[in-house]
Structures are given as C-alpha cells and as structure tokens.
Ligand binder design. Structure first.
Ligand code: PLP
Length: 376
C-alpha cells in the first residue's frame, strides 16, 4: 500500500481510502501510481468548474500574493465583492461567510431562532445538513444522530413530498422549515413544487439548504429557482469556491436584521483567498454553462435508464441518482477499479455529481464504464 494511503494517524471517521489522488485536471484525477480516472464525484459535488480551472486558480493565486487573512474585524475586498455578487443573484440578500456547509446551517438555525424566538424546526426524513451538533439535530437520518443523542430538541421530520405530513407537523413553536431542494445524501430525491409551495405557506421561515444543489449544480445558480418559491434563508458551501473551504448563509432582504454584532461569528469566515476564488466561480457560472449542465444532465439520466440493475433515475442537472436493485457501495468500488470515480447516496443509490464542465464525451465514457460494471 502506498505511503499516502496509510491513514494510521488520522481519526477513523471515514472508511480506509482505496486510492490516493495526487493531481487533478479538468474532469480527470491521477493517483499516486500514475493511473488516471474520470471524476464523476468532484470531491462530493464540490469542484464544479473542474480541477484547476484557470478562473478560481488565478484569482486565488493573486490573492495569496496580497493578503491571506485579516479577520472579520476588518473589511476585505473579496468578501465584500462576493457578498455583492450573491446579493445580486438573490434579491438583495445579506451574506454571512463561514467555512463549511454544516457551519452555514448552524448559522441558519441560530438566525431563525433569533428572528422568530421559536425552537421548532421541520426538516425532512433522509435529509442531511451536516455533522456539527445543531446541523446533526435536524438531519433526518436516525443512524447518524443516534450515538450523539440527546441533541438540540425541537426537530420534527416529514417524508419528502408528503404535503399532508408537512402540514400536520406544523405547530406554534415551529420557526423554521429547512429543506434541501434535492436530497443529495438521502437518495437524490428532488422536491416537488407543490410540496415546496405548501412549505412556503406555513407561518415559519423557509430555508433551503443549497450546500449541494447550489452554485449551478442543478442547472440554475440556485436550485430553488426551478421550484417557483423564494426562500427566506439559503445556505451554500461545496461548489462556491471550487474546492477551497467556504460556507455561506444568505438572508433575504425581507427578513434581515435579526443578527446584531456579537450574535454570531467565525475567525476564518470570509477568508480573502476562498472569497477571491468564489468570486471567480460566480463570474464563470453564466447562462451558457448552466445550459450545458442541463444538457449533460439529461444525457446522463437518459443513458442510465435501462442499464442493468437500475430501477429508477432521478435528479436535476448534474446531481443525478440511479437507484439500483443491489447495494450501491460495491458498484462504486468496481467503477473506481474501472477508472470512474462516483458516489453513493444511501444504500442503493449510485450518485453522479461530476464537474459542471463535463461534455457529452465524458458522459458517454462514464456510462460505458457503468454499463460494464453493472453487467458483470
Ligand atoms: N448540507 C448538505 C445538503 C450537504 O450535502 C452537506 C454535505 O454533504 C452538508 C450540508 C454539510 O456540509 P459540510 O460537509 O461542508 O459541513
């Protein structure tokens, strides 16, 4: 086994890695033995523009040569510009920057608590919002919560797209409804517009966790743009800086004002290098790229239909799930051995979340590998 893969001094929070990657370029990864792979995982839906895309690469390099960190006690240009760009895309919203998706959701939970004075949160069965204590408390996957109970009280979970259950779960103490537009870790389940409209009608703040679906992944900059409702809060992370750590809570213009100085913070939040890369990402995600995401996603979904063991194909844009009639883990392992990096989403769902810049040749190549692996 290669020296890189010997994990002895890392806490065993992940299974033993089977491959060590040393380089990435576009849609391709190279391991420590020089073998190349087609990357349909993108660092878990993170490297949206592909590895070493020149726009964030140059922006981060330039910023590294200027200023790495000053803290939020002082203004820095990249954070200011990024907040302005996101505000323009989301109706005058104000931004809080942090370092991860879980942190962004922690900020949303605290914001809703302060804005409404209420502790109850409606979230989704199989939803995923992160591993920190607050985000875990509203994650609808009991096995992830169980070892850490009791967690923050007040969460109640309803099945995705069950409008009656959603209305039943509502009560006076609920201040927040927290939804993923597509459940990324919970089986790649897209929410229906009717369900989201019913959530919007409830007397509570509506937050979309767009940590996985945001920044173009589903074919629009925010996935909620396809659902016909405007949320009060949005969280982003993964794809925002193309691989540098960043998270963000966006608070819609209509509901700003709940946080005052001292209510929340993050030493590294708004880091100039991460924000400079994120500005370049936001500049690069234009209508042409979003149209290409829609087209590649359609080709991928169409190609998955009818492959051996595939019983359902779901998703939006380039967040695609293929439900299998066999466990997905061994299929992901076999695909890796065959040169394709992909993901699971729950026990039986194969998840494909390639860089948004994949072309049809990449998609066809991935489908050919999957056909071979699923036929074995
Ligand atoms: N929310 C969603 C929808 C996610 O998919 C994830 C991570 O997979 C998170 C939150 C947590 O993000 P992070 O791992 O950056 O804390």
């Amino acid at each position: 086994m290669s020296a890189i893969r010997l994990q002895s001094n890392l806490l065993a929070t992940y299974p033993e890695p089977r491959v060590a990657f040393v380089e990435g370029c576009g849609v391709e990864l190279t391991d420590d033995e020089g073998r190349t792979y087609l990357d349909f995982a993108a660092g878990i839906a993170v490297v949206g523009l592909g590895h070493r895309h020149p726009a964030p690469l140059i922006a981060a390099h330039l910023q590294l040569d200027k200023l790495w960190h000053a803290s939020n006690l002082f203004a820095t240009d990249p954070a200011r510009v990024l907040a302005t760009m996101l505000s323009e895309r989301y109706r005058g919203a104000q931004a809080f920057f942090c370092n991860s998706g879980a942190e962004a959701n922690e900020a949303a939970l605290k914001y809703a608590r302060k804005a409404t004075g209420k502790t109850g949160v409606i979230a989704l069965e199989q939803g995923f919002h992160g591993r920190t204590a607050g985000a875990l408390a509203v994650t609808g996957q009991p096995s992830k919560r169980a070892p850490f109970e009791p967690l923050r009280p007040g969460a109640r979970f309803v099945a995705p797209n069950d409008v009656a259950a959603l209305r039943d779960a509502m009560s006076d103490d609920v201040g927040l409804v927290l939804l993923e537009p597509v459940l990324g870790e919970g089986g790649v389940i897209p929410l229906e517009p009717e369900f989201v409209a019913a959530a919007r009608e409830l007397d509570a703040l509506l937050a979309f966790d767009e940590v996985q679906t945001g920044v173009g992944r589903t074919g629009t900059f925010f996935a909620f743009e396809q659902l016909g409702v405007t949320p009060d809060l949005v969280t982003l992370a993964k794809g925002l800086a193309n691989g540098l750590p960043i998270g963000c809570l966006l608070v819609a213009d209509a509901v700003t004002g709940a946080f005052e100085p001292g209510d929340h913070g993050s030493t590294f939040g708004g880091n100039p290098v991460a924000c400079a890369a994120a500005v370049a990402v936001c500049e690069t995600i234009d209508d042409d790229l979003l149209a290409a995401v829609v087209s590649s996603g359609e080709r991928l979904r169409n190609g998955l239909v009818g492959l051996p063991h595939v019983v359902d194909v779901r998703g939006r844009g380039l967040l695609v799930g293929a439900e299998l009639d066999v466990p997905a883990g061994p299929v992901v392992d076999a695909a890796l051995d065959a040169g394709l990096v992909c993901l699971t989403s729950g026990a039986n769902v194969l998840r494909l979340a390639p860089p948004l810049v994949v072309d049809h040749t990449h998609v066809d190549h991935a489908l050919a590998i999957l056909r071979e692996v699923l036929s074995a």
